[in-house]
Design a protein around this ligand. Structure first.
Ligand code: BES
Ligand code: MN
Ligand code: MN
Length: 462
């Protein structure tokens, strides 16, 4: 028998090399040019599952990218943990802002990571974090110490809204049956402030198109006389929020749960340094809904953001036109109990009312997901908290996160199980941004913590 920490130091280089091999595969789910790479990432995970000794490993075809499944069922009377993660990543662009190749991982030290951080797209979101689970189970199986049944379901479409996952889950209730789901795809407060995410925001994502004249027009001959779709679109977007930075869509806030004084107090207790926050982002002031703190604004209040806007002439020099069309992608983060099936309709109605005569408005809903709250009084949460306490020497804080993992509420609906969001990333990991990275410390601490989780889960469950 070898204890986990001596195992991790003995295998340190190998554990990094294996993750690096996965990070070298550019599995960008959003971009069709990477189809074969996304598929090779699935194969890589399948091979890895077989290598560590899981059974019934398979690459499960779906209408989209495959889901990789594997399991170790020791005894049906034991509890079963389902691990979910994703092998797809966000596009790396803008590539020119990366200091190293996004798909050639390197370790560099940073102020926050004196022991080094792995720089690569997907290092933190989610390859590095998902891989820790495979490595933790590999150790437990090698040592013949796996205390419970485990199932893995690793998907390749999380970053595009998991379009095939609902399809798959609906068809495999029995196969996926479990007592708790564990996911490492979120973050902590800091490396010395461990945390477990207890809330996720929901999401409604829409694309809008404004059409004016049937072709681009000479802006001298027509300028001032017809509606310019870009001028109009920007005015309409400006009309979506008011001077208090509240969203103006009628009934948008109707179902928003107001915070109790106690909840606000608990959020205020989360260590947060506003000056540091501004410094890291190179901004001299924060901006958001009046009456709420930054931590509240980014976690338990809804938000509306334009993710991209385009149209007209953006090439070199000046071309004098009134464009025929203008577009924007707009996302809204939702909080309990807002409904992502209802919000796009409310948005569309309001957005159309903001348009003047003379343009056509089209709104398409792209994807969405429900907000989520994890209970803290269930065996899964308690086991995760004990595991973190053992690994970090400190009790973890429950935190609300502003991000979304839409399949989490779906799992609860379809499989009736709760998800424990035991993530090891940091906000400074730059997920979805250039120079994404994941602390070497976080990678190894994560593996260590996960091994403890299984023991505590068995103990608390029985
Ligand atoms: N892992 C993130 C979500 C996340 C990160 C939650 C950090 C909490 C803390 C996930 O991969 C993600 O990016 N989700 C998307 C939603 C999806 C539908 C594209 C998001 O939150 O934008
Ligand atoms: Mn993720
Ligand atoms: Mn992501």
């Amino acid at each position: 028998m070898q204890d986990i920490n001596s195992y991790l130091s003995q295998h340190r280089q190998g554990l990094l090399d294996e993750l690096f091999a996965l990070l070298r595969i550019p599995s960008v789910s959003a971009d069709p040019t990477f189809v074969s790479d996304v598929e090779s990432a699935a194969t890589f995970i399948k091979d890895e599952m077989q290598k560590i000794g899981l059974d019934n490993v398979s690459v499960e075809e779906t209408p989209g990218y495959p889901i990789v499944y594997g399991e170790k069922i020791l005894d049906l009377s034991l509890p079963t943990v389902l691990v979910y993660g994703h092998y797809d990543v966000q596009p790396p662009d803008p590539v020119e802002l990366w200091e190293s190749d996004p798909f050639e991982p390197v370790i560099k030290t940073t102020a926050i990571h004196p022991d080094g951080a792995i720089f690569a797209r997907g290092a933190s979101d989610d390859k590095g974090q998902m891989f820790m689970h495979l490595k933790a189970v590999e150790y437990l199986l090698q040592q013949q110490k796996l205390p419970v049944n485990v199932k893995f379901m690793i998907e390749g479409e999380e970053e595009v809204g998991s379009p095939s996952l609902a399809w798959y889950v609906a068809r495999h209730h029995d196969k996926l049956k479990n007592d708790v789901i564990v996911i490492s795809d979120t973050g902590m407060v800091a490396n010395d402030v461990p945390a477990i995410t207890t809330g996720l925001r929901g999401l409604s994502y829409v694309e809008v198109a404004i059409t004016g004249p049937n072709r681009d027009l000479h802006s001298g001959l027509y300028g001032g006389a017809v509606a310019n779709p870009i001028n109009i679109l920007t005015k309409m977007i400006a009309g979506l929020t008011d001077e208090q930075n509240r969203i103006t869509i009628p009934r948008f806030y109707d179902k928003v749960k107001e915070l109790s004084a106690q909840e606000r107090e608990s959020i205020a207790k989360t260590p947060f340094d506003l000056d540091q926050y501004k410094k890291e982002l190179d901004i001299d002031s924060v901006y958001g809904e009046a009456g709420y703190t930054t931590l509240e604004r980014q976690s338990i209040r809804p938000s509306l953001d334009v993710n991209g806007i385009w149209g007209g002439y953006t090439g070199e020099g000046a071309k004098t036109i009134i464009p025929s069309k203008a577009y924007a992608k707009i996302s809204m983060r939702l909080v309990p109990d807002q409904d992502p099936d209802e919000i796009p309709g409310l948005f569309e109605k309001h957005f159309k009312q903001l348009a003047p005569e003379g343009v056509k408005v089209k709104v398409s809903a792209l994807h969405g997901g429900y907000p989520y709250v994890t209970p803290t009084d269930c065996p899964g949460y308690k086991a995760a908290a004990k595991a973190m306490k053992q690994a970090f020497g400190k009790d973890p804080l429950p935190i609300y996160s502003g991000g979304s993992i839409p399949i989490v509420p779906l799992f609860e609906k379809e499989l009736g199980s709760k998800s424990i969001l035991m993530g090891f990333g940091l906000n400074s990991d730059a997920i979805h941004s250039p120079n994404e990275h994941y602390g070497v410390f976080n990678y190894f601490k994560g593996i260590e913590t996960i091994t403890y989780f299984y023991d505590y889960y068995k103990e608390l469950f029985l």
